[in-house]
Design a protein around this ligand. Structure first.
Ligand SMILES: Cc1cc2nc3c(=O)[nH]c(=O)nc-3n(C[C@H](O)[C@H](O)[C@H](O)COP(=O)(O)OP(=O)(O)OC[C@H]3O[C@@H](n4cnc5c(N)ncnc54)[C@H](O)[C@@H]3O)c2cc1C
Length: 386
């Protein structure tokens, strides 16, 4: 039995209904057009499904219980609407204003974000800088009353729809590769241009774009926190970001498990249901075990996060393991569907290609192992026998 309050269950039911009526029916069209309608953000905002955490004075519910975010992730995956990147807006980018913004910035931006009128994105990655952000080439030169932003970004989620993009750029490129500013770049600023909506293997409804900045004058009022400290600000949010990825990945894995279970019970091979073959039973038993155990760990981490005790190490373990389990489950799901698993009319097929990014995005599996491995050989390591 999972630990959600009655209120949270009601929230889950309401959000599920919202997805079923307002988002799910439109997904085929969104995939065809390569982008979700902006309207979806506004409708979700109207019903209180976007940013829940901001204080009431900024339009939110002021409820910081992370289980709400978990419910949103789980239900969005269940409905097959993961390409509508509402979590990026609500939980990965929005908190930059809360954590590093000043009062004036919170008042200026948060209400529009809560209502879904202002769509958010974050731009760190560049053609030559992904896992290693110190390779970034974008610069933010201090010109007295403003910063002059130059550079380009790529693979930016919500890149076409976004009204406000938090852009990371170097403030002292010659001397310090880790001195970054986080700049609030707004739609319509001169010199800010969008490139292609990129053609991807999956997640076709998600607008993933290139962004260009040519001598963009970003006023000092649009700098988050202290210029130069952006790298540390980005790092601060990573444990939570990885918990979010893990919560989504394990929900996806369970969804893929359920649809595969249904399929193998109905499909007959050699005169009996595919589910009666020992190979099917064993493989599905392995996945059921892995997914369930991982879910318990994710729920445990959510509870710890609510107490402010989630560590970077734990976030990395969750992201690593949940996305690897998701991947194994999707591969098995396609295999057990046979040829049908390769056909787009079966959801397992599209889930397989769309989820491939999860072991790369938000820190690749290799980077997660690097983080965990570093701790294993440091004095942070503690054995249960210590
Ligand atoms: C659909 C999509 C959406 C995205 N959305 C955003 C977004 O909204 N904002 C944003 O800023 N970025 C976004 N990204 C970028 C994403 O975060 C990066 O692609 C990711 O961090 C990997 O960086 P990279 O592509 O430069 O690959 P690289 O860093 O070049 O990695 C290539 C390979 O090298 C491995 N590797 C790298 N370093 C090490 C190491 N130290 N040890 C061992 N192996 C290593 C990696 O694991 C990987 O296998 C998105 C990407 C995609 C595809």
């Amino acid at each position: 039995m999972r630990n959600f309050t009655e209120e949270q269950q009601m929230f889950r039911d309401a959000y599920r209904k919202f997805l079923e009526s307002e988002v799910q029916p439109h997904m085929p069209r969104f995939r065809e057009q390569g982008i979700v309608d902006r309207d979806i953000f506004r409708k979700a905002g109207d019903q209180g499904f976007l940013m829940i955490w901001p204080e009431e004075k900024y339009g939110g519910m002021g409820d910081r219980d992370f289980r709400y975010e978990q419910i949103i992730m789980e239900e969005t995956c269940r409905a097959g609407c993961g390409e509508w990147f509402n979590t990026l807006h609500s939980r990965l980018v929005g908190p930059y204003f809360e954590n590093f913004g000043n009062e004036e910035q919170k008042q200026r931006f948060l209400p529009g974000c809560v209502k879904g009128e202002t769509i958010l994105a974050v731009a760190m990655t560049e053609p030559d800088a992904g896992s290693d952000l110190s390779g970034m080439r974008s610069t933010a030169r201090d010109m007295g009353d403003h910063f002059l932003l130059n550079g380009s970004k790529t693979y930016i989620s919500n890149g076409i729809n976004a009204d406000v993009v938090i852009v990371a750029a170097k403030t002292d490129p010659e001397n310090n590769p880790y001195a970054l500013a986080l700049l609030i770049v707004e739609r319509g600023m001169e010199g800010f241009e969008r490139g292609r909506n990129l053609d991807k293997m999956g997640m076709h409804a998600q607008d993933t774009a290139e962004l260009f900045f040519n001598d963009v004058k970003v006023p000092k009022e649009n700098v988050l926190g202290e210029p130069g400290k952006g790298f540390f600000y980005l790092m601060e949010g990573l444990a939570e970001e990885r918990l979010i990825s893990g919560a989504g990945a394990i929900a996806n894995a369970r969804m893929a498990f359920d649809m595969t279970r249904q399929f193998v019970m109905e499909r007959k091979v050699f005169g009996k249901p595919l589910s009666k073959m020992q190979n099917t039973e064993f493989k599905m038993a392995e996945m059921d075990t892995e997914i369930e155990i991982m879910q318990v760990y994710v729920d445990h981490a959510v509870a710890l996060h609510n107490e402010g005790k989630l560590t970077a190490n734990m976030g990395a373990k969750i992201k690593l393991q949940a996305t690897e389990i998701e991947w194994r489950m999707l591969d098995l799901g396609v295999q057990l569907h046979g040829g049908a698993g390769y056909m787009m009319e079966y959801p397992i097929s599209y889930m397989f290609t769309s989820s491939r990014i999860n072991r790369i995005l938000a820190g690749s599996s290799e980077i997660m192992k690097y983080i965990i491995g570093r701790d294993v050989f440091s004095d942070k390591y503690s054995s249960m026998f210590d």
